[in-house]
Design a binder for this molecule. Structure first.
Ligand code: NI
Length: 159
């Protein structure tokens, strides 16, 4: 496993559309492991492959709630319900947060790392995180969705 470099706002790769994964091979499994490690290092709840410079439809999510992290390949949101106003950040935008409206509940389909088709019903923070990461695969960034005037810069706490 390895930590990969996170691409930050202004890097044009973040605006590109990612390609579907056709074959889940060792390279994809290694990408998933590296993405998980990279996300954990920076205390993120989600990371999408273009954020580490790879234009493939691969995301990882970990809410640190005791559940196993999600590793999703070719994720697709097939249903949404309701709305929630949320605050959101992104590892590609260090120390920046904004408010936006996300669906309250979603249903998503994806492949797991064994290539099995899975269906995920999510609400609240998990629904928000999946929407945010799937957006990345289409070159959509959280600042595109934010409620006007809500972007804030927050200085990190001193360690
Ligand atoms: Ni992000």
């Amino acid at each position: 496993m390895a930590i990969r470099k996170i691409r930050e706002n202004g890097d044009e790769i973040l605006r590109k559309k990612s390609r579907e994964v056709e074959v889940i091979d060792d390279k994809i499994r290694e990408l998933l492991e590296d993405m998980l490690e990279t996300m954990h290092k920076y205390n993120g709840v989600g990371l999408a492959a273009p954020q580490v410079g790879i234009l493939r439809r691969v995301i990882v999510i970990d809410l640190y709630d005791g559940n196993e992290p999600l590793k999703l390949i070719n994720p697709k949101i097939i249903k949404t319900k309701g709305q929630q106003e949320v605050e959101e950040g992104c590892l590609s935008f260090p120390n920046q947060y904004a408010k936006m409206i996300r669906p309250e509940e979603i249903v998503a389909e994806a492949l797991n790392e064994k290539g099995e088709k899975i269906k995920i019903k999510a609400k609240g923070l998990l629904a928000q995180a999946i929407c945010h990461e799937v957006d990345h695969l289409d070159g959509i960034l959280f600042i595109d969705n934010m409620l006007p005037g809500t972007l804030e810069f927050v200085e990190p706490a001193q360690e």
